[in-house]
Design a protein around this ligand. Sequence first.
Ligand code: SF4
Length: 304
Amino acid sequence: MEKRYYTFNRFLRERFGGPVYKIPLAAALGCPNRDGTVGSNGCVFCDNRAFSPFVEQDFSITEQIRRFKAGRRQKGRYIAYFQSYTNTYGPVARLRRLYEEALADPEVVGLSVATRPDCVPDEVLDLLESYTGRWMVWIEYGLQSCHDETLERINRGHDFAAFADAVNRTRGRGIYTGAHVIIGLPGESAEEVLETAQALNTVGVDGVKLHQLQVFRGTPLAADWEAGKVRTLEAGEYVSLACDFIETLSPRVVILRLVGDVTDDALLLSPRWGVSKAEVIAAIDRELERRGTRQGSRLPGGSV
Ligand code: SF4
């Protein structure tokens, strides 16, 4: 059954006519919000070990791709996804070597680069643009919230204007832009979460990745959670807010992800919902069905 929102699978099917899988890659490029350039402590929630399988291992890009493929039964086409830390942080020559090592694989049909919006000089955009004739190229900008007070609270080290500027400089280059958003950030109301959806409509991104606030062992957020200063959402609360977000988001924006998962559950302190990612997605689908709404329903002219 067709979903009530624009899935990444549908987007890929429309362009490639069949399934395409993302290969998560770690390029050891570091992060300016951790090495003292922008900040030293990183974003309060950040622990890259929690969401990337290769982040602490010293495998080349080629070896990471080989291992990923070896773990799959079916052959397919792939998007090389530079996921961990800040994947535009480095000299252009080094970035070129890394990206082109991935693109050299004949089954790789696309490149996706996750980064900070304050870390994309025009030379890096020029490099990524140079691939767009042959490969699908995405830049996924970490944003999390459109509210500067929230960004400060979670120690992002950049403001919303930096994000809008990065998206504007990326536009017109044939590069798809994505935004990462966290639902349930400390101090944010439901209305503020929906204002982020509206801000993304206004700035004009191509895709959004949603996930729940998660508290990982050893992060600054963990200390606040343990002290009772921060809470995470219950599964039902997340489902409801995610549906509200989808209804507020323009139907032309691809939903790249609806809920976060972790590769090492031992690191996760909260929330521990005890349900799989697939079950949360199914609950979101059921809730939209129950409401009779879909992506963009809350917008002027949206069909409720
Ligand atoms: S979330 Fe991203 S920007 Fe923030 S500290 Fe971690 S790697 Fe850096």
